[in-house]
Design a protein around this ligand. Structure first.
Ligand code: SAM
Length: 245
């Protein structure tokens, strides 16, 4: 299944749990600098698009495009690896939580670099699954999803980007994979999991096994015993990164 087909299959309930998290949006909009024209690549339903600039979106999944609000930025069908724009057409190009889906992420990032003077990408470092309790203790299959993919360092090097860590607030409004690090019960909720592609990609056996083990550990107090220091944190470093070039 191609990456666009994946979201044509799993994207129907995306907006139930996925929306702009203000703290992270502020970081992205600051990184965009004084850009007046912004291309949003892998734009999905329009989260994180800055309201005060001219935005054009590109998104391959028809189901995702169909969920954009009527007043959202215009959106073209297309993929990162082949952007239908002249060189330096935009002040900036942004991509949020999408690079890990691209069949050729380095080609996609180079395309962003080609069409825009500035590039801002929100993605994650998959090299250490041990930094998040969910992958470390319940979902070892997560590592298989990234085997053979370019590392974060290789992605950054491809476009000469610098990396900035992004801490995830405990009450993150955007329900991506790491968002509920201090709210473990959320991962027991089918609606929450359906907004996170990881669960579809690891398959139903791994998903059910992880949910079963987590449910047991929450009931027995084992999760609280092992991860009790998280309860005192307001934000956590889980490998989320901004690449800025
Ligand atoms: C997790 S969603 C993120 C959507 C949006 N950026 C957001 O933050 O809500 C990932 C998106 O990447 C899109 N995508 C998949 N393959 C792509 C590609 N090759 N080029 C651009 N976007 C792609 C998917 O269709 C999906 O809409």
């Amino acid at each position: 299944m191609s990456s666009a087909q994946l979201y044509d299959t799993i994207g129907a309930t995306y907006t139930v749990t996925r929306r702009t998290e203000p703290c992270i949006a502020a970081r992205i909009w600051t990184a965009l600098g004084d850009a007046r024209t912004v291309l949003n690549v892998g734009a999905g339903t329009g989260s994180y698009e800055p309201p005060d600039r001219h935005v054009l979106a590109v998104e391959p999944s028809a189901l995702m495009r169909s969920q954009r609000l009527p007043d959202a930025a215009p959106c073209l069908a297309g993929s990162a690896e082949n952007l239908p724009f002249d060189d330096q057409s935009f002040d900036a190009a942004m991509a949020f939580s999408t690079v890990h889906h691209w069949p050729d992420p380095i080609a996609g990032l180079r395309e962003m670099r080609r069409v825009a003077r500035r590039v801002v990408v929100f993605t994650f470092d998959s090299s250490d699954p041990g930094q998040f309790w969910l992958t470390r203790d319940y979902l070892p299959e997560f590592a298989d999803l990234h085997a053979g993919r370019p590392s974060l360092t290789e992605l950054a090097r491809a476009i000469g980007a610098r990396m900035e860590p992004v801490l995830i607030p405990w009450d993150c409004a955007d329900g991506f994979f790491e968002a509920y690090w201090r709210r473990p019960e959320a991962y027991l909720d089918e609606n929450v999991r359906r907004g996170i592609s990881v669960w579809a990609r690891v398959g139903p056996d791994a998903e059910q096994s992880a949910v079963h083990s987590l449910r047991n550990d929450l009931a027995s107090g084992r999760w609280a015993e092992r991860d009790r220091e998280l309860v005192d944190l307001d934000a956590a470093e889980l490998g989320l990164r901004l690449l800025i070039a």
